[in-house]
Design a protein around this ligand. Structure first.
Ligand SMILES: [Zn+2]
Length: 332
């Protein structure tokens, strides 16, 4: 991690925001995918991106940095711990829950690992007032975890608790083809149909970093009443449009993936996969221009703006994506 690259909003970034995004972004923003954390909860090796920024990173720091990136906005959030190997999950969950307790327009989701007893999850949800669960492939029992099937990191027991307690489940799909993978499609359909009060939020537009995966797979979820998508960190056209077209504008929730939004990088579709390109892995030298990537959060907003325009959304539809869809989902 190049410390100069992330957590650093340059004059060019501010210009990009002013030129392209300031007139698009509504005043009130609910960020449905924001990570809150303390470095101390990661043991000896916290993720490099987090080490380069503030600690703790709670509601105040999230709002401060969100407003540096997009000045003048009022932010609320669905706060999630930052799932990573070595995280003290219980301590991280307590921190995230405490951070949103004083804000009536924010909620927290509980990081769940597959071995957690379902009744312990239910007790923690009730005690800490979690509105959702957050699962992640790094806790899957199978290797490599990037090929894990959903059931190995989101257990049916946990889905049942989500159904009974009316919780959201923020689900970041893995496997090479994400939403285009038949095993992923089948388990989402099966869980969603059998547990209708659990509300699935497929992170990163169904992990549509390669939008063709979401475009190809979205039809398999058509008709499901309890599946939403967050927009976080997707920096390509196509996936947002497919979601709006097939599932409806009411199913898309703005998310930034804070603090990933502050990385100077962009996931780019290549062939049947994608790559996060940044100065660390890419030489941006070019004869024709001074090539410089912007921050992930701004790059992503540009594609969301373009999708809204292409889909001819009204201002009130755009406000649904940034606010009302989330406030309805979380009963705020
Ligand atoms: Zn995330």
């Amino acid at each position: 991690m190049n410390k100069e690259a992330a957590w650093n909003i340059t004059a060019s970034d501010s210009e990009l925001f002013q030129r392209e995004l300031d007139s698009f972004l509504p005043h009130r923003v609910f960020d449905a995918h924001a990570h809150f954390y303390r470095l101390g909860d990661f043991g000896a090796n916290p993720p490099a991106l987090l080490s380069a920024g503030p600690t703790p990173a709670g509601l105040a720091e999230f709002r401060d940095w969100s407003c540096r990136l997009t000045p003048g906005r009022e932010y609320s959030a669905l706060a999630l711990g930052f799932p990573a190997a070595g995280l003290d999950v219980e301590a991280a969950n307590r921190f995230v829950a405490a951070e949103v307790r004083g804000d009536r327009h924010s909620r927290a989701a509980m990081v769940v690992t597959p071995e957690l007893n379902a009744e312990a999850v239910r007790a923690a949800v009730r005690r800490e007032k979690f509105a959702g669960l957050k699962c992640y492939h790094v806790y899957a029992g199978t290797q490599p975890t990037f090929e894990a099937e959903v059931g190995s990191y989101l257990t049916e027991d946990h889905v049942r608790v989500a159904h009974e307690e009316r919780l959201t489940i923020t689900l970041h799909l893995v496997r090479a083809r994400a939403l285009a993978d038949p095993a992923n499609q089948q388990v989402i359909r099966s869980y969603a149909e059998r547990y209708p009060n659990a509300r699935f939020v497929l992170a990163h537009a169904g992990r549509g970093f390669n939008p063709y995966h979401t475009i190809e797979g979205i039809g398999a979820l058509k008709g499901l009443q309890n599946v939403w998508f967050d927009t976080s960190a997707v920096c390509e056209g196509g996936a947002y449009e497919a979601i709006i077209e097939t599932m409806g504008v009411g199913r898309l929730l703005y998310g930034s993936d804070f603090p990933v939004s502050l990385m100077r990088a962009r996931p780019v579709a290549l062939g049947d996969s994608f790559l996060w390109i940044s100065r660390e892995n890419t030489d941006f030298t070019a004869a024709y221009a001074d090539v410089a990537p912007s921050l992930t959060g701004l790059e992503s907003l540009r594609f969301l703006k373009r999708a809204c325009h292409h889909m001819r959304l009204s201002d009130s539809d755009v406000e649904r994506i940034f606010w009302h869809n989330a406030t309805e989902l979380f009963g705020l």
